[in-house]
Design a protein around this ligand. Structure first.
Ligand code: GLY
Length: 572
């Protein structure tokens, strides 16, 4: 098993949060790595300064937001390997300067030989590590196909130009941050276990230190093949051979046919309105877009602004909305190519109004009385989001992931990239309690070639027909909460972008029936009032790492880079 560190806690769901309270990440003040400036020509906000710099350089060369996004995705696979990836997947929400909107689903898929009970023992109980570690945990990667598709449809620079910065970073190396040095040292034994032939992440001579140069020659070679051959450089030929060989090292299921057959899907974005703003967000296979609109509809009739940010009435209302929406998520959401998601019903104002009708100001509604379904409750939080706007006003919102930190921990031998452990986002055992006492949903049961449900919620907000905000975050099941609270922080509480991102957040997800709050999110009086009504308040570490951009009424861009990580906003 992995050594337990801040980012790799693999214990029960309850224990996970309790542990996080003990080792909570330091939220270093209100300003992220953002010089606070406003820019006219464009902006990139991502989890790593090197990746944001790559995106801005592409924009300055005349690339558009999609060119920059492709370059940032590839750069993150080099400089932010705990979530940036070639071997994972993600979602893109796009809005052109003229108002065209689109969404790209490049989520991983189960192999064609995946089976519903593949992670169960002989008596039908989940074998937890099997969906979390090693080759069997891997879904067919979608990121490279996604980038090829996005670039083919909207890119302006040539493919060569957008892949090159990542090759340079892999080949020449980049200086790791203090946080990265500590993560790589913490995972040393696990990387040795899953990669006995070595990987660039293993330092055999010493321990990693801040500013050490991480050179990834095998990854550079893979990126060169992708640069030369596009999707065939990854899904066919030497890289595909290496992935399949890696599967055979550890009983993994992915075959050459699975790789050849992988294609990302253009989908119609989910749209909704909130206090006159238009929300454009990710449809299923994400649960996030539908849940975000449901949350906004649930709170819209109430005067949040009058009550105040994180005031007891505000928190109570949001917790009750989240309880109901997460209950719906658990039962009704899954891969739309396999399951008829009742999205029209879930997005009806009357439906959400009716759901909120059981809310009582005097006491917490017990989750046991809010029936809908169940959540797996163990989503991992090591995802990453980036937001980009270009000179014309085209906007891209991408959230991408390997699932757990460094995914399955398997680095493809010869390929130099990590493989995801996204299979764990399926309900491993639908219909009966999992190891956390929770029940998974039928909609998200494992099936061959099916995509696993996600909470990733890349979103774009419009005001009066113009771009207003680009927003998203990592955070597993807390993603939806963080995107929702960032949006209301701006619209209801009139915060600037950086303050809205930095503001302390809280989270409820129906089960467990607990309210998780970041340190200092609620004052003691608010906490006492909520406890008196029956809310179980649990302190925990950071919630989300939002990277967002706001367009001001003067047409300039403000960045919001989350101070909870090494995130960085650059404009020009
Ligand atoms: N792997 C986390 C998510 O997709 O929501």
């Amino acid at each position: 098993m992995r050594k337990i560190t801040k980012h790799q806690i693999r214990v029960s769901f309850l224990g996970y949060f309790l542990s996080l309270t003990l080792i909570s990440s330091c939220v270093s003040g209100q300003l992220g790595k953002n010089n606070g400036g406003e820019y006219k020509n464009g902006m990139v906000v991502s989890a790593h300064p090197e990746a944001s710099a790559v995106g801005i350089e592409i924009l300055k060369k005349g690339g558009n937001a999609v060119d920059a996004a492709v370059a940032v995705q590839f750069a993150l696979s080099v400089v932010y390997p705990n979530a940036g990836n070639l071997g994972g997947g993600g979602f893109m929400v796009y809005r052109s300067a003229k108002g065209e909107i689109n969404a790209l689903d490049f989520r991983e898929k189960a192999s064609s030989s995946a089976r519903r009970d593949m992670y169960l023992d002989s008596v039908g109980n989940p074998i937890v590590d099997k969906s979390l570690y090693g080759q069997l945990a891997v879904g067919v990667p979608g990121s490279v196909d996604g980038m090829v598709e996005a670039h083919k449809k909207y890119g302006k620079l040539n493919w060569n130009q957008v892949v090159q910065p990542a090759i340079d970073l892999a080949q020449n190396g980049f200086k790791i941050t203090k946080r990265q040095a500590s993560e790589l040292n913490g995972l040393h034994r696990d990387f040795m276990k899953f990669n006995p032939n070595g990987t660039a992440f293993i330092n055999l001579e010493s321990t990693w230190k801040e500013n050490d140069l991480l050179v990834q020659n095998e990854l550079a070679n893979t990126l060169k093949l992708i640069q030369e051959k596009g999707r065939a450089g990854f899904y066919e030929g030497a890289v595909a051979d290496s992935i399949v060989a890696e599967m055979q090292n550890g009983k993994g299921l992915i075959t050459k046919i699975d790789l050849q057959n992988y294609h990302s899907a253009w989908r119609k974005p989910i749209t909704g309105t909130y206090r006159g703003y238009k929300i454009i967000t990710m449809p299923p296979t994400s649960s996030g877009g539908i849940a975000l609109i449901q949350l906004l509809q649930s709170v819209e009739p109430y005067p949040l602004k009058k009550w105040g940010h994180n005031a007891d009435s505000t928190v109570q209302l949001i917790v009750e909305a989240e309880r109901r929406v997460y209950a719906d998520r658990a039962t009704h959401l899954g891969d739309p190519d396999f399951y008829a998601v009742p999205k029209n019903e879930l997005l009806k104002h009357s439906y959400n109004k009716n759901r909120m009708s059981t809310f009582n100001w005097n006491s917490a509604t017990p989750s046991s009385s809010v029936l809908a379904g169940n959540v797996s409750g163990k989503e991992h939080e090591e995802t990453t989001h980036f937001s980009i706007v270009d000179k014309e006003g085209n906007a891209v919102s991408i959230t991408t992931t390997l699932n757990g930190s460094y995914g399955s921990l398997v680095v493809v031998k010869g390929g130099g990239f990590l493989l995801n452990n996204e299979m764990d986002d399926f309900s491993v055992k639908p219909g009966s309690p999992n190891m956390y006492g929770l029940v998974g949903g039928e909609a998200n049961a494992i099936a061959p070639n099916k995509r696993m449900l996600s909470s990733m919620t890349p979103s774009i907000v419009e005001k009066d027909g113009n771009l207003f905000m680009v927003v998203g975050t990592p955070g597993g099941s807390t993603i939806i909460t963080s995107v929702f609270q960032t949006i209301i922080n701006v619209i209801d509480f009139e915060m600037q972008m950086q303050s809205a991102v930095s503001a302390k957040k809280f989270h409820h997800q129906w089960l467990p029936d607990e309210v998780y709050v970041e340190k200092d999110a609620l004052d003691s009086l608010t906490t006492e009032k909520l406890k008196a009504k029956g809310y179980k308040i649990m302190s925990r570490g950071s919630i989300g790492r939002v990277d967002a951009i706001l367009r001001t009424k003067w047409g300039t861009y403000q960045g919001g880079a989350d101070p909870r990580g090494d995130d960085n906003a650059i404009g020009y």
